[in-house]
Design a protein around this ligand. Structure first.
Ligand SMILES: NC(=O)c1ccc[n+]([C@@H]2O[C@H](COP(=O)([O-])OP(=O)(O)OC[C@H]3O[C@@H](n4cnc5c(N)ncnc54)[C@H](OP(=O)(O)O)[C@@H]3O)[C@@H](O)[C@H]2O)c1
Length: 210
């Protein structure tokens, strides 16, 4: 089984992902600022205390991994460029340790060539540009870091994330194409886990919605 280096495992999506990854038997090394926020215990789980903004912490869990799953993002009091800086550390560690595949999580505010944004999508992007411009800028810059990395990157994008139980049914498309305006984090985690064994979306930014 591929060893997964996980960032953001203490978050709402990260918790759903970690539960599924362990159920499927994947060994996981998770970096967490507050390890107690990861309640799971398993012989397959190693929780390492650390911060994604610290290059040495990042390197310590990327070393020995086969793939990186990056689900961290802006939280209260984050620096405005946390995703960009953290992703730059992850990319540097992957290059140093010869790890090629990374799946990163972002939102529909991040544009991609295949998108055909509808009125609702334009409105949401417009509101985000006004209300949280740094979130969009950070998402875009983190994507630029991945694009320039030469790694096998994939950015999974979601609309509004909810806590609904897994429906086990969701759409995979682009913004405005085969898409809706929300996704449960459990279903999003299911899609992300499937990406661990799939190269279908390498270099792409699929949009997952209910
Ligand atoms: N919310 C939405 O509706 C929405 C929509 C589309 C896309 N997204 C994307 O999906 C991501 C995940 O969403 P979510 O709701 O699952 O997020 P969440 O519950 O807020 O989790 C964020 C995670 O990032 C971690 N983190 C933040 N700064 C860190 C740092 N410096 N070092 C290490 N870890 C750090 C947090 O760790 P701590 O526990 O230590 O704080 C937490 O595990 C978002 O960040 C965003 O990029 C969100």
């Amino acid at each position: 089984m591929k060893r997964i280096a996980l960032f953001g495992g203490s978050g709402l999506t990260g918790q759903e992902f970690l539960k599924l990854a362990l159920q499927h038997g994947y060994p996981v090394s998770a970096l967490a600022r507050t390890p107690a926020k990861i309640p799971q215990t398993s012989p397959n789980l190693q929780v390492v205390p650390g911060d994604v903004l610290n290059a040495e912490d990042v390197s310590s869990i990327v070393r020995g991994a086969d793939i990186v799953v990056s689900l961290f993002g802006q939280v209260k009091n984050s620096p405005k460029d946390v995703q960009t800086r953290g992703t730059a550390h992850i990319v540097a560690a992957m290059q140093q340790h010869g790890v090629r595949r990374i799946i990163s999580l972002s939102g529909g505010g991040l544009p991609y060539a295949e998108d055909q944004p509808q009125l609702a999508d334009r409105l949401i992007r417009g509101i985000m540009r006004l209300a949280v411009p740094h979130v969009l800028t950070d998402a875009q810059s983190h994507a630029d870091v991945l694009r320039a990395s030469g790694l096998d990157w994939e950015i999974v994008r979601g609309p509004r994330l909810t806590t609904e139980v897994a429906r086990k049914q969701y759409r995979v498309g682009w913004v405005g194409v085969n898409a809706s305006t929300s996704i449960g984090r459990a279903d999003l985690a299911d899609f992300i886990l499937k990406q661990v064994e799939s190269d279908e979306f390498v270099g792409k930014m699929p949009f997952v919605s209910r």
